[in-house]
Ligand binder design. Structure first.
Ligand SMILES: [Ca+2]
Length: 210
């Protein structure tokens, strides 16, 4: 009888655990609860089958002519990956005051784009040296793609990886964090930028590591 009760309590405990709103695995990725890991971790998967940053996604220069979604077809790992498309239409760039062919999806530290200006995070305790990720997809003629760490690319304050093509099959890529990105005041975790035209890129397993 005691054995039966023990079993029931164990099952109940398990049901309570899986019924929680917060994914218990979140703690593995984000023990501080604010989206920044301490020094002894030095490894942080910011996207696997979900965004583990507690931050949001911001589309630039506007949300027109581009889509950012999680999809289930042929992910690199698990059940989902990111799919980001831009149709290559010329868009109005408010900051530069001109029409231009570019679009960007930003994984930001703020929960929403409205809070983007106010929010920043100190990622330096993680002592991160690179951002690794997997991609597949295609680019339209004349288009290029760039993957960026935190910071401002135009001001040359941003570590990045620029590519003239996107491989058809899942391929590992890496941004070396060589010090252009100021990790102590990050406003974004990761950025995908199309320029000169459009395309489709699938991204999975984005990881900060030592
Ligand atoms: Ca995945």
């Amino acid at each position: 009888m005691a054995n039966k009760i023990f079993k029931m309590i164990t099952i109940l405990f398990f049901l309570v655990l899986i019924g929680c709103d917060q994914n218990p695995f979140d703690k593995l990725y984000d023990p501080t609860g604010d989206g920044a890991l301490g020094g002894e971790w030095g490894y942080w998967k910011i996207y696997d089958d979900q965004l583990n940053t507690r931050g949001g996604v911001m589309l630039c220069p506007s949300e027109e002519h581009q889509t950012f979604a999680e999809v289930t077809g042929n992910p690199r790992s698990g059940t989902k990956c990111i799919k980001y498309c831009y149709d290559g239409t010329t868009l109005w760039d408010k900051e530069k005051n001109r029409w231009d062919k570019w679009a960007a999806a930003l994984l930001i530290v703020a929960p929403t784009w409205q809070e983007y200006e106010e929010e920043e995070k100190n990622l330096s305790p993680g002592e991160y040296k690179k951002i690794t990720f997997w991609i597949r997809g295609n680019l339209s003629p004349g288009a290029k793609i760039r993957f960026e760490g935190p910071g401002d690319y135009e001001r040359k304050e941003c570590d990045f990886l620029a590519l003239p093509t996107i491989p058809n099959n899942w391929t590992p890529k890496q941004i070396d964090l060589i010090g252009k990105s100021e990790l102590s005041r990050a406003k974004e975790f990761f950025k995908i930028v199309f320029h000169g035209g459009g395309g489709t890129v699938y991204v999975d397993d984005i990881t900060y590591s030592k």
